[in-house]
Write a protein that binds this ligand. Structure first.
Ligand code: PFF
Length: 450
C-alpha cells in the first residue's frame, strides 16, 4: 500500500496540493483579516507562523499520509488507536467549511456576472454589495449555482480535467494579480495603504490578531483537517517531501500576500483608510475591488477576467473539499460515489442556506453574537482546527516522536529545519495552541476581553 502513488511526478503533487490550498482563503479571507488586524502587524505574525508552525504541521501531515498510505481516519488509527478520534474530528472540518465556502463562491459568480454584463459602475457604488447580500433570491441563487457546479464535477469524477485546466489558469491568476497590484499602487492615496500593510506596529500585537492569524494559517494551508494526510498518502516515496511542502507554502503565502496588496491600498485610495471599511470583514474584497476596476482603463474586461480566475481558484478548492467528504462517506458508510454526493449535497445545501441569508432575511439571528457564516468560520477555524492541531502535536511530539516524521522525510531529501521542528511539535506548538484556544473561547463567551 505504501508504494502506491497517484501523482505522476513531484510537480504533480505540488500543483494539486497548491490547487487545493490556493482559494478563497488567500484571495478573500487573508486581505480582510490583514486589513482588520493592523495590516503589517498581522502580516508579520502570519509570516512568522507560516515558517515555524505552518511548516511543521504541513510536513507532519504529508509525512503521516505517506508513511501510513491511508486517508485521515485510517492514518491516525494506525499510528495510535487512542488517537482514532482525531481522524474523525479532522474530517468534520471540511463538512463545516464546505457549505459556507460555496456561499462565498456564489458571491464571486455574482461579481463575475456584474462585470461581464457592463454593470461595473453599479458594482463600484457604496452599498452595492450590502444590498446584494441583504437580498434573498440572489445570494441563494448564486450559492445554489456554485454548489451545484462543484457537486456535478465531483459526481462525474471529472476533476482531473478541471485540474489540468487550472494548471493554466493559476499562473494566469498570479500574473493578473501582480498586474492589478502594480496598477493599484499608482492610484493616488494607495501608498498610505502599502505603508499600513507592510509596516508592523509591534505595540498593536494582540491576542485577537494572533488568534486570527492562526485560524488563517489553518484555513489557507488546508492543515488540521486531514486533507494533507490524504494528499500525502498519494505521494511517492522517491519525492522530496520537505521541498514540496516548502513550495506549496511559498505559493500559498505569495498569493495571499499579493491579494492583500491589491485590496488594502484600494481601501486607502478610495476611502482614505477609513477604519470602518478596513474592519468590514467578509465583504471587504467585494467592496474594495470594484472601485479599483471602475477606475481602471479596460476595467470591465480586467475585472471580469479577475473574477473568472478567482472563480476557478475557488472551484478547485471547493472540489477538493467535497471530494474529501465524499471519500470519507464512501469509505465509512460503503456508499456509491453518486449516493454519497447526493447526501452531502443536500445536507450542505441545508447548512449553507443560513449562511447565504445571514446578512438579510436571517440577519436577526445570531449565534454567540455572530452571523451564521462567521459562526461556522469560527467553529471550524478557531475551535476544531486548533484542537486537531494540538492533539497532532501531542501524538507526534510525545508518542510516535518527531524522529518518526524525520525518518519519513529523510527517505527522500533532507529535513533541513529538524531542530526547530522538534521543539515546535514537542513544546511550543502544544503550549501555543492551548493558550490561543482557551483565550479565544473565553473571549467569545465574554469571560475575558482580548
Ligand atoms: N485552503 C483553501 C483556501 O484557502 O481557500 C480552503 C480549503 C480548500 C480548505 C480545500 C480545505 C480544503 F480541502
Amino acid at each position: 500500500m505504501n508504494t502506491k502513488s497517484n501523482f505522476s511526478s513531484r510537480i504533480g503533487f505540488v500543483l494539486a496540493t497548491a490547487g487545493s490550498a490556493v482559494g478563497l482563503g488567500n484571495l478573500w479571507r487573508f486581505p480582510y483579516l490583514a486589513a482588520k488586524y493592523g495590516g503589517g502587524t498581522f502580516l508579520f505574525i502570519y509570516l512568522i507562523l507560516v515558517v515555524t508552525f505552518g511548516f511543521s504541521m504541513m510536513i507532519t501531515e504529508i509525512a503521516i499520509g505517506r508513511k501510513t498510505g491511508l486517508s485521515v481516519i485510517g492514518a491516525f488509527q494506525k499510528l495510535d488507536k487512542r488517537f482514532s478520534f482525531l481522524g474523525y474530528l479532522a474530517a468534520v472540518v471540511p463538512m463545516i467549511i464546505f457549505p459556507y465556502y460555496c456561499v462565498i463562491g456564489g458571491w464571486v459568480i455574482k461579481y463575475g456576472v456584474l462585470f461581464s454584463s457592463g454593470q461595473i459602475a453599479h458594482a463600484a457604488t457604496d452599498g452595492a454589495f450590502n444590498t446584494f447580500i441583504e437580498g434573498t433570491a440572489e445570494p441563494l441563487g448564486y450559492f445554489f449555482l456554485f454548489i451545484a457546479v462543484t457537486a456535478l464535477i465531483v459526481v462525474l469524477g471529472v476533476e482531473k480535467g478541471i485540474e489540468k485546466f487550472s494548471k493554466i489558469l493559476m499562473p494566469l491568476l498570479v500574473l493578473l494579480t501582480i498586474g492589478i497590484a502594480i496598477y493599484g499602487l499608482t492610484v493616488d492615496g494607495a501608498m498610505a495603504g502599502v505603508k499600513y500593510y507592510l509596516t508592523p506596529d509591534f505595540s498593536k500585537i494582540s491576542m485577537n490578531a494572533i488568534c486570527a492569524a492562526l485560524s488563517q494559517l489553518f484555513y489557507s494551508m488546508s492543515i488540521a483537517m486531514g486533507i494533507l494526510v490524504t494528499y500525502g498518502s498519494y505521494m511517492s516515496k522517491e519525492d522530496d517531501l520537505a521541498k514540496s511542502a516548502v513550495q506549496v507554502e511559498f505559493f500559498d503565502t505569495g498569493i495571499a500576500f499579493l491579494a492583500a496588496l491589491i485590496v488594502i491600498p484600494a481601501v486607502f485610495a478610495f476611502s482614505g483608510g477609513d477604519p470602518a471599511t478596513l474592519g468590514a470583514g467578509p465583504s471587504l474584497m467585494f467592496i474594495a475591488l470594484p472601485k479599483v476596476f471602475a477606475n481602471m482603463q479596460f476595467g470591465s474586461v480586467i475585472g471580469t477576467a479577475f473574477f473568472i480566475l478567482v472563480f476557478f481558484a475557488a472551484l478547485t478548492s471547493s472540489i477538493s473539499l467535497l471530494e474529501t467528504i465524499v471519500s470519507i462517506f464512501m469509505e465509512k458508510l460503503h456508499l456509491s460515489r453518486k449516493k454519497a454526493c447526493l447526501i452531502i449535497f443536500i445536507v450542505s445545501l441545508a447548512l449553507g442556506i443560513p449562511s447565504a441569508l445571514g446578512y438579510g432575511a436571517l440577519g436577526s439571528i445570531k449565534l454567540l453574537g455572530m452571523q451564521f457564516l462567521d459562526f461556522f468560520d469560527f467553529i471550524s477555524n478557531s475551535v476544531i482546527m486548533p484542537i486537531v492541531a494540538f492533539f497532532t502535536c501531542i501524538l507526534v511530539g510525545h508518542i510516535i516522536k518527531p524522529e518518526a516524521i524525520r525518518d519519513e522525510v529523510n527517505i527522500s531529501g533532507k529535513f533541513k529545519r529538524y531542530a526547530m521542528y522538534r521543539v515546535m511539535m514537542k513544546y511550543i506548538g502544544p503550549v501555543m495552541l492551548l493558550v490561543i484556544l482557551v483565550s479565544s473561547i473565553l473571549n467569545t463567551f465574554g469571560i475575558i476581553s482580548l
